[in-house]
Design a protein around this ligand. Structure first.
Ligand code: CA
Length: 364
């Protein structure tokens, strides 16, 4: 606690210094570009340089530092270095750090609607998330949800559709989900539980040993690129797809609203562009790396790659609809967000049935 209090004190002092610097800049605004020099901290929910997610955070920090010509210098702290992974929201909210790189579905306990801005089971894919956030009203709702917490969110990364997970035994029917102990966090876990499974929430670092010891029967993590690095194929033979539980999670960059609002308009625009660039770049990285990793898993490590049976997917979808409906019924703002997302999903699905989906089928 002592250390945390010290860190909190430092954070408040730094935030105050940052605001003072912005104030000086404000006074000099008429003379063109500001000479503001801000030292900002970015806290993340990922280990430093963790492939994809951690490297996305690092690239965002680099881009902001470079694109602002050093007017904002961003230093990244991996999970646990300044605050634990699941305290990023509070740390940025109170100004211990000015930026957080994390995922909105971790904050369901703060705001029931939060998961909709990352991913929900059978929700939007990456392309659709970007459409909803930018042109479907999603971003306005996200900003409205986070404003009372003194936060400004931006989309800053996406993994694309994940794998359904790694299983020690094959899944041939819905009955095989009965009693299945699976590492699957959040709403995906609620969906599994409704079908008789036993969801377990474990941090990434504990997945391998838990699968190895048989403490769990299955685990979802990210996709081939990250899962290969974790060695999950060495403790579970079957890789199942598609990742119904996380069809295109948006990673978020959250900014302390007091610090962000004090910036001159050019720096706000630069930050917006840097987040958009990283949002695009992370998906590109996963798109490029996932299949290389999957080839390696199947060819070199005898991973059994399987599609979840249709009846299992149908049951999961039905369960997901009920779980999302319950979430919406629990909170008026969650209801508003779910209605917006569901309307957009129906539109996107209609368009994608004659564009992306039809094209993928034609290209086979
Ligand atoms: Ca996942």
């Amino acid at each position: 606690m002592k250390r945390r209090d010290v860190l909190r004190g430092v954070g408040v002092a730094a935030a105050a210094a940052g605001l003072a610097a912005c104030g000086q800049q404000g006074a000099a605004a008429g003379s063109g570009k500001s000479d503001v020099q801000l030292q900002w901290k970015m806290v993340t929910s990922w280990p430093t340089n963790f492939p994809g997610l951690g490297s996305g955070a690092a690239r965002l920090a680099e881009r902001i530092t470079q694109a602002t010509g050093g007017r904002i210098t961003v230093k990244v702290f991996g999970s646990g270095e300044l605050v634990p992974p699941f305290e990023v929201f509070d740390a940025v909210s109170r100004g211990t750090a000015e930026i957080g790189h994390t995922a909105a579905y971790y904050w369901k306990g703060k705001a029931a609607a939060a998961p909709f801005f990352c991913t929900v089971p059978f929700g939007l894919n990456a392309q659709e998330m970007n459409g909803w956030l930018r042109f479907g009203g999603g971003m306005e709702l996200w900003r409205e949800l986070y404003a009372p917490f003194n936060l400004v969110p931006f989309a800053a990364g996406n993994t694309g559709v994940q794998l359904a997970g790694w299983f020690r035994k094959p899944i041939n029917s819905v009955a095989d989900l009965q009693g299945l102990k699976m590492r699957i966090p959040g709403l995906g876990g609620d969906v599994l539980q409704a079908l008789g499974g036993v969801p377990v929430n474990l941090p990434g670092a504990e997945i391998f040993t838990s699968l190895q010891s048989g403490a769990i029967d299955a685990a979802e993590w990210v996709g081939p690129y990250n899962d290969l690095a974790f060695g999950l194929h060495r403790v579970a033979k079957y890789a199942y797809y598609p990742g119904w539980q996380e069809p295109g999670p948006t990673l978020e960059a959250m900014f302390n609203k007091t610090a962000f609002d004090a910036l001159p308009d050019d720096l706000k625009a630069i930050i917006d562009a840097c987040c958009a660039a990283v949002n695009d770049e992370m998906l590109a990285e996963y798109t490029a790396r996932n299949q290389q990793a999957l080839d390696n898993l199947v060819r070199e490590h005898d991973t059994q790659l399987r599609r979840l049976p249709d009846d299992v997917l149908v049951a999961l979808k039905r369960s997901a609809d009920a779980v999302l409906e319950n979430l919406a019924a629990s909170d008026p703002f969650a209801r508003k967000v779910y209605d917006s997302l569901r309307t957009f999903r129906a539109q996107a699905q209609a368009w994608h049935s004659v564009s992306e989906e039809a094209y993928f089928q034609a290209r086979r």
